[in-house]
Design a protein around this ligand. Structure first.
Ligand code: URA
Length: 212
C-alpha cells in the first residue's frame, strides 16, 4: 500500500491511550472516555489537509492577518455500532459536522458478505468531505460496503478512521478504494480464526457499550 494512503497516528498520547484501551481490565466507562479522546486526537490528524483562507481580524490591539477553514464542510459516518464511539469524539473537535449512520453486519451465513440494516446520511452529503469511523478495520467487509454507500451518495471525498487496523482489512479497503486514506492508531498482526484482530482489543462494541 502506498504510504500516503495509510496514516498510523504515532503521537505518544494516542499510543499511550491505545495501550489502556487494549487492557482487558479497562471497564466500559473508561474505555468510552479513552476512545472519545483518541478519536479527537486522530481527527486532528485526519483534518490536517483542510484548506485555509486568510482573513483579517481586529484584535484588541491591531488588525491581524489570520486564517480560517475555507468553507469545506465535514460529515462523520460511524459504522454501527462500534463506530459511534469514534464519531462522538471526532464531532467534539468539529461541532459543525453532520453525522450519518450506516448499520452493517458481516453475514457469516452468506459467505462473510456485508449485510446492511440501516443507512441514513446527511441530505447534503454531496457537498461534504466524509470521514467514516469504526473501531476496528478487521476483514474490511463493512468498511468496503460503507465506502461504497458513501461514494454512491456523492460525497466530495472519503477518509476512513479507526482505532486498530490489520493488514487484511487495510489491504481489502485499499484494493477496493485506493483513493480512500486510512487513519488508524495501530496496525496489528492480523486476524484469528474468529476474525478478531490480534492482539487487538477484543469485541469493541461489547467493550464500548458494556454488553458483555
Ligand atoms: N470487531 C471487533 O470488535 N473486534 C475485532 O477484533 C474485530 C472486529
Amino acid at each position: 500500500m502506498e504510504n500516503n494512503k495509510l496514516h498510523i497516528c504515532d503521537h505518544p498520547l494516542v499510543q499511550h491511550k491505545i495501550s489502556l484501551v487494549r487492557d482487558k481490565n479497562t471497564g466500559s466507562k473508561e474505555f468510552r472516555e479513552l476512545v472519545s479522546e483518541i478519536s479527537m486526537l486522530m481527527c486532528y490528524e485526519a483534518t490536517r489537509d483542510l484548506p485555509l483562507k486568510s482573513v483579517q481580524i481586529q484584535t484588541p490591539l491591531a488588525i491581524a492577518d489570520s486564517n480560517v477553514i475555507s468553507g469545506r464542510k465535514l460529515a462523520f459516518v460511524p459504522i454501527l455500532r462500534a463506530g459511534l464511539g469514534m464519531a462522538e469524539g471526532a464531532v467534539k473537535l468539529v461541532p459543525a459536522a453532520k453525522i450519518g449512520h450506516i448499520g452493517i453486519f458481516r453475514d457469516k451465513a452468506n459467505g462473510n458478505t456485508a449485510s446492511e440494516y440501516y443507512c441514513k446520511l446527511p441530505f447534503d452529503i454531496a457537498e461534504r468531505d466524509v470521514i467514516i469511523t469504526d473501531l476496528m478495520l478487521a476483514t474490511g467487509v463493512s468498511a468496503v460496503h460503507a465506502v461504497k454507500k458513501v461514494k454512491e451518495s456523492g460525497a466530495r471525498s472519503i477518509k476512513f478512521m479507526c482505532l486498530i487496523a490489520c493488514p487484511e482489512g487495510a489491504n481489502a479497503l485499499h484494493s477496493a478504494y485506493p483513493d480512500v486514506d486510512i487513519y488508524c492508531g495501530a496496525m496489528d498482526e492480523g486476524l484469528n480464526d474468529d476474525l478478531y484482530i490480534v492482539p487487538g482489543i477484543g469485541d469493541g462494541g461489547d467493550r464500548l457499550f458494556g454488553t458483555k
